[in-house]
Design a protein around this ligand. Structure first.
Ligand code: ZN
Length: 496
């Protein structure tokens, strides 16, 4: 581990990291002179941007500089880093780093003693982290701190020569109050995008790299997620094994990456709810009986003990109507994410079969029902679709499907049937969207069950709450407010 170990020098390429970064940058003396003149005249404006193509997993940066009157330099290059660890922040930081280092080089090479540079960038988060990376050890826990440290190092040395400021510009500005920085931003963006096609990724760390874990690559971004995964995955797996009685062989048939991607970009609250749903720890009445000794009967049909699977299959008339409505929404969503028709039909059959099954849908389906369904599908891609269907019906169960644990054969089936794009990523995106749609469906059924219990509207909720309070008063017991009851009680009182 080394921090700022490299000495200040006037060489643009003084480290393999910069050699990779400036691969495509050919700098003539004329351009160098013009840049240094603009700096000395305190007229230099610059803008940088990063770009990423999820289909080819390539990433690049671009920057432009010049005076308000004349452009001087347009540059671009590839972004270093492991393709699986790219993030928007990483790209922006690389672009800032490349630009700052370039000016650092110009100032030292042309011995500039006075001048000014204004650099624009459209990423607020990057600028916030550069300005306030966190105190003491906290700073080492943020993503891409090595890049931030590198930017700090270059900026510090740059500021001994000239005045330098990093300013925010609104990206892709289309408003009427257009200024020069907006044009610069557009230029930098198109530079970065143009470099994408020629860009290759290489995992090379910046000179002040802080984190080099032996995971087969040096981590610069998303490393908290990587460490969390290393720390928790074993325990999480063993819990899943215990709860599902799966063997490792069955466990590996689940499309876990689709589940991970499907859970991405949820709000924190949503994420917690979906995790509970996924691990079967939502507050169903079976759970309530276990922990609070309450009745375990379903609040909708009052006829069966309420497991989460029952929530998904409850035969109550009102619930069935809601479920059918949600299913229509789900089919529409599956169409919208380009699910090929026969794959869609197969998934639909499975979900319908699960929703009407009187027995828990985790049970292995009989061979006859599978054959019937397959015959109903009747298509040339039968083999992979059938395989996916059978795997889901058999070892994994449709109950698990509705909790986002889908078979990894589904993406193969969809791909075989002609899922629009022919890249690995198209399958990933489709599978993640499928998981998201299914989780939304299951969650909507759970929300409806809670509404039946607590009221569909605010007025109904208040009325139900009042009723329960009155019942408690007539019994003559003193209502003790526990910590957990207090917020909902207070809400009830304010609504009155
Ligand atoms: Zn029920």
């Amino acid at each position: 581990m080394s921090v700022h170990s490299h000495s200040s020098s006037s060489n643009l390429i003084d480290h393999p990291y910069y050699a990779f970064l400036y691969r495509d940058l050919s700098l003539s003396d004329a351009i160098g002179h013009r840049t240094s003149e603009a700096v000395s005249q305190k007229a230099l404006l610059a803008c940088c941007n990063g770009s990423y193509d999820p289909c080819t997993l390539s990433s690049s940066y671009g920057f432009v500089c010049g005076t308000a009157q004349t452009p001087v330099l347009r540059a671009s290059g590839p972004c270093p880093g492991h393709p699986n660890h790219m993030s928007a922040l990483h790209l922006e930081l690389v672009s800032i780093n490349a630009t700052v280092k370039f000016f650092h080089y110009i100032c030292y090479k042309f011995v500039i003693e006075d001048g000014s540079i204004t650099l624009y960038n459209d990423c607020k988060k990057a600028q916030k982290l550069i300005n306030f990376p966190g105190r003491k050890f906290r700073r080492f826990l943020i993503d891409d701190y090595d890049l931030i440290a590198e930017i700090h190092h270059c900026t510090k040395e740059l500021q001994t020569k000239v005045s330098f400021q990093l300013l925010w510009v609104k990206g892709h500005y289309t408003g009427t109050k257009r200024e020069i920085q907006h044009d610069l931003n557009r230029e930098a963006h198109s530079q970065a995008c143009a470099a994408l096609s020629t860009s290759t990724t290489l995992d090379v760390s910046p000179p002040s790299s802080l984190v080099e874990l032996s995971c087969g690559f040096s981590i610069t971004s998303r490393w908290q997620a990587t460490i969390k995964q290393l720390a928790h995955s074993e325990m999480l797996c063993s819990t899943i094994f215990r709860k599902t009685n799966w063997s490792l062989y069955t466990f590996n048939k689940v499309d876990w990456s689709a589940l991970g991607n499907g859970m991405h970009r949820l709000s924190r609250l949503q994420w917690f709810t979906y995790c509970k749903l996924l691990h079967g720890i939502l507050n169903t009445n079976v759970q309530n009986k276990k922990f609070y000794n309450q009745s375990d009967l379903c609040p909708c049909c009052h006829n069966a003990s309420e497991t989460f699977l029952h929530v998904l299959t409850c035969p109550n008339k009102e619930v069935t109507r809601h479920r059918k409505h949600q299913q229509v929404i789900l089919w529409k969503t599956l169409l919208a994410i380009h699910t090929p028709p026969q794959t869609l039909a197969s998934i639909r059959n499975g979900i319908l079969m699960c929703s009407t099954a009187p027995t828990p849908c985790n049970d292995t389906l009989s061979a006859t029902s599978v054959t019937t369904t397959s015959m109903r599908i009747g298509n040339p891609h039968l083999s992979t679709i059938q395989e996916a269907f059978q795997q889901q019906s058999g070892e994994l169960g449709w109950g698990n499907f509705l909790c986002g644990r889908i078979s990894s054969r589904w993406r193969v089936a969809a791909y075989d049937e002609g899922l629009v794009l022919n890249q690995r990523l198209a399958q990933c995106c489709w599978a993640a969207n499928l998981v998201k749609a299914v989780l939304n469906y299951s969650h909507s059924l759970w929300t409806f069950r809670c509404e039946v219990l607590h009221g569909h509207y605010q007025s109904e909720t208040v009325a139900k709450h009042l009723l329960s309070l009155q019942q408690q008063e007539t019994i003559g017991t003193i209502v003790t407010i526990t910590k957990l009851q207090y917020p909902s009680l207070r809400l009830g009182l304010t609504l009155r």
